[in-house]
Design a protein. Structure first.
Lengths: 405, 427
């Protein structure tokens, strides 16, 4: 009976219900939007720094990360790749052999970072082919190098010129050889443009006297949120005395702590937003009760108990809150996805500044469904707290005065 | 007349008006204060980077590059240095000799560490980059001329090469007796040299990459060991109010040098470290989005409250219409009411935020109670001074007025859609 009354009350004055529900609905939408932009920016930053070079998870010889030099490389034993790839969340496994070397043309020399790489798989992870601005992309058996375009520029080298690489190889071996430059690469960061030298893996292993040895397996996983699980799983499958498994959160501590510091600021913003949202909903609730004074007065005058009336009102508000929060969260999904695919453009001014860093001046929304649930529950909770006021008002209704209003 | 009616209407329901006004006041106060807080944070970070790392203006040879300083010295460097030091706009200037070198570590983490050796005037360097204040272990460079030259290195490099050791309790311990050899010091003619040095102190830098790279020693020591006469690679200048004046000062220095026929590279901080400007702009645009979203939320709150108020006042409005108030007047009246509510709250909110920013910028907000380790890693100090340039206030005021206008339209439309005959009868 009371249920029926509450339900009918909602539809009796559809306009009023609509206004109250819109205020809750938009509260959810705005909260979801705000939170998703915050997380979306972090996603973009992580993608730019992590996905475009390091990969989300890496496997090294145990101890390599702390002492990154050539003797701490892992031996790529038979079956290792298969074991890692067998994990359902590992999409791609990219072998690398990296070492700092001296690049020299005779009179001119400077430090560079040699990367022994698998051309096909490296491209699949970091889209290396798209970074080639001149020359050709190397094949797995080519004897040639691709270098960052600034390195070539500074050393006055062109496609076809020869570059000498020298440095320390495996177990103290002296390594030096010369290679023709076959391609020039352009990366996002100037640092990479000045340092990177790519040599096919086999040739690099030969140069550094480290056959079948790798500094790291970098991997791409199905999404950023499974890295903890992948690390834990791989640690049980692999011998942790020999190998170490790390995700980007360990390798890119600076980025992670920056995001965490920034997120703390974001929380403050969210609280400000909640206060404003709460006032909006409260204003609506306030007006709803004063508008219905007469109605309440009549109901009490004809014998309805205040307790019952309050219960009807409570039901109405629970219905409205649940429906609008649900609607808001559901509508949030297409909104997240739309703005994820069509991110907000930050303007030419920003684009110009960002161009130097090869970052797009965009603001994508995160598509994390957790945000919908979090914000939905927060707004729901807020609404329930605000509802105390209308209920309190019902108990204060004086029928005679109310009906005269 | 209409204004008077609207004004009285507002105060007929003080609770409702109170809610709307409070929302506007609190919303603006919170937003503006938060803006000032973040702005103060970015500003102090930028100032720290400028005053400990890159200074306001740097001068180099036109062909100079940091990776390979080699023989590209500043033409007439000592003369330029003297002129700059006599310039009234200069707070302090310092000159440096740069060389790449390699540090081989046999203790600590094994490996080969490329380092950048900076020969500096220790007194002036302390003033320009606060190097002396940033020493966290050991001492600062003393006078040049020791038999084994003194150097100071960054904390990260010190950990790498084992000059800083972690004991079993996890405390870092500085070993002041360690002597190291700097190998492969690349000289101007391309040849190599090696010198034996003693580490007397460890400094801290905001940029951990620099901490792992830069090694400082007295310029006389370095040049003496390498048998070079007083050449310099780099002059760094700290200016009065430098963040703002650097760009124009740079041009005037450049022009003076050009007139003397010297083709010197003069760069202001935003050219040396474009990322600082990027972060500033990023801050600007993300703040704008934040203000936009919060004003949107505020607007929705006002619209919905006022729409409900129209429902509540159906009878009253019907009455007004019946006794001859035309639609245009009803529309304006409702619009005025909403506008008035916002316009009452906005100045209070803005004034409150101005007051609290003014107050807190004098006392500063101590954040050391929070976990500031990650903050200090990004070069943020633990006492924060909120600040906000006036143009932000102006922008926010304009945005609030627009938001108020837009949110007052909907309730007004709703009001004129009422039919007088029905509305009067409404209960």
């Amino acid at each position: 009976m009371l249920f029926k009354m509450a339900w009918r009350n909602l539809w009796r004055k559809a306009g009023r219900t609509a206004i109250t529900m819109t205020s809750i609905f938009f509260a959810v939408i705005i909260a979801v939007f705000m939170r998703s932009t915050q997380e979306g920016v972090y996603d973009l930053m992580i993608d730019n720094t992590v996905k475009f070079y390091r990969g989300y998870v890496q496997v090294h010889q145990n101890g390599y990360w702390d002492e990154q030099y050539i003797d701490n490389t892992l031996f790529n034993e038979v079956g290792l790749e298969e074991t890692i790839l067998a994990h359902p969340d590992v999409k791609l496994l990219v072998p690398r052999l990296e070492s700092p070397m001296m690049a020299s043309t005779g009179p001119n020399s400077r430090f560079c970072q040699l990367v022994g790489f698998d051309p096909e798989r490296e491209d699949a992870l970091v889209k290396l082919k798209s970074k080639l601005i001149e020359g050709e992309y190397l094949g797995p058996d080519d004897r040639g190098i691709m270098v960052g375009h600034l390195l070539a520029e500074k050393m006055k080298l062109q496609i076809g010129d020869t570059l000498i690489l020298l440095g320390q190889g495996y177990q103290g071996q002296q390594s030096y050889d010369q290679y023709p430059i076959k391609g020039l690469l352009k990366f996002g960061s100037p640092e990479q443009n000045k340092r990177m030298v790519y040599l096919p893996l086999k040739e690099a292993q030969y140069l550094l006297s480290a056959p079948d040895r790798l500094t790291a397996f970098a991997m791409d996983v199905t999404n950023r949120r499974v890295t903890d699980k992948v690390v834990a799983d791989l640690e049980t499958k692999l011998d942790t005395g020999t190998y170490e498994v790390m995700d980007w959160k360990v390798m890119d501590k600076d980025l992670l702590s920056f995001i965490e510091a920034d997120r703390a600021g974001g929380v403050v913003t969210m609280y400000i937003l909640y206060v404003i949202i709460a006032f909006g909903i409260f204003g609506t609730a306030l007006m709803m009760v004063s508008e219905r004074q007469y109605e309440f007065g009549v109901q009490i005058a004809i014998g309805m108990k205040k307790r019952q009336l309050a219960f009807v009102l409570l039901l109405e508000m629970v219905f409205m809150a649940l429906m609008s929060v649900l609607a808001g969260s559901l509508f949030g999904i297409p909104m997240q996805h739309y703005f994820n695919r069509n991110p907000i453009y930050l303007g030419d001014d920003m684009a110009q500044v960002y161009e130097a860093f090869n970052i797009e001046a965009i603001l994508p929304l995160s598509t994390d469904p957790g945000i919908l649930i979090d914000q939905g529950t927060t707004v729901l909770f807020m609404t329930f707290v605000i509802m105390i006021y209308p209920l309190y008002k019902v108990f204060k209704v004086k029928p005679i005065e109310a009906m005269r209003a | 007349m209409l204004l008077q009616i609207a004004w009285r209407n507002i105060w007929r329901n003080p609770l409702r008006s109170g809610v709307v006004i409070t929302a506007v006041v609190l919303g603006l106060w919170a937003v503006i204060f938060m803006l000032a807080f973040s702005f103060g944070m970015t500003e102090s970070r930028t100032r720290d980077i400028l005053e400990t790392q890159i200074s306001h203006i740097q001068l180099h040879n036109h062909k100079f590059e940091r990776e390979d300083p080699g023989r590209f010295f500043l033409e007439d460097g000592t003369q330029i240095m003297e002129d700059l030091e006599n310039d009234p706009a200069t707070i302090e200037a310092t000159s440096r000799y740069l060389a790449n070198a390699i540090l081989n570590s046999t203790k600590g983490r094994k490996g080969t560490y490329p380092v950048q050796l900076l020969g500096v005037n220790s007194e002036k360097e302390a003033k320009v980059t606060s190097l002396e204040d940033r020493i966290i272990y050991g001492t600062y460079l003393s006078n040049p001329g020791r038999r084994i030259p003194e150097i100071i290195m960054g904390k990260r490099l010190a950990e790498n090469v084992g000059v800083l050791k972690e004991d079993s309790l996890g405390n870092w311990e500085f070993d002041p007796k360690r002597k190291l050899t700097l190998n492969n010091i690349v000289l101007a003619d391309g040849s190599n040299a090696a010198i034996r040095v003693k580490v007397v102190g460890i400094y801290k830098a905001q940029n951990s990459a620099l901490e792992a790279l830069q090694v400082f020693m007295n310029k006389e020591d370095l040049l003496g060991k390498l048998n070079i006469e007083g050449e310099i690679h780099e002059i760094a200048v700290l200016l009065e109010n430098g963040k703002l004046t650097a760009k124009s000062k740079k041009d005037s220095i450049k022009n003076v040098l050009l007139a003397q026929g010297k083709d010197t590279k003069v760069e202001s901080w935003n050219e040396i470290a474009p990322e600082i400007e990027m972060i500033d702009k990023q801050f600007d645009s993300s703040m704008r989005i934040m203000i936009g979203v919060i004003l949107l939320a505020l607007g929705f709150g006002i619209v919905n409250t006022m729409l409900m108020a129209i429902l509540e006042r159906t009878r009253e409005l019907g009455m007004l219409m019946s006794i001859g108030m035309n639609k245009r007047k009803v529309f304006s009246m409702v619009m005025l009411e909403t506008m008035l509510l916002t316009m009452l709250g906005a100045p209070i909110g803005i004034f409150l935020s101005y007051l609290s920013i003014w107050f807190s910028s004098r006392t500063g907000i101590d954040l050391s109670g929070l976990d500031t380790q990650s903050m200090s890693e990004f070069g943020m100090s633990s006492i924060l001074y909120p600040a906000l340039p006036l143009n932000y206030y102006l922008e926010i005021t304009v945005m609030v007025v627009i938001a108020a206008l837009i949110s007052s339209i909907f309730p007004a439309f709703r009001a004129i859609r009422l039919r007088p005959a029905e509305a009067v009868r409404a209960i």
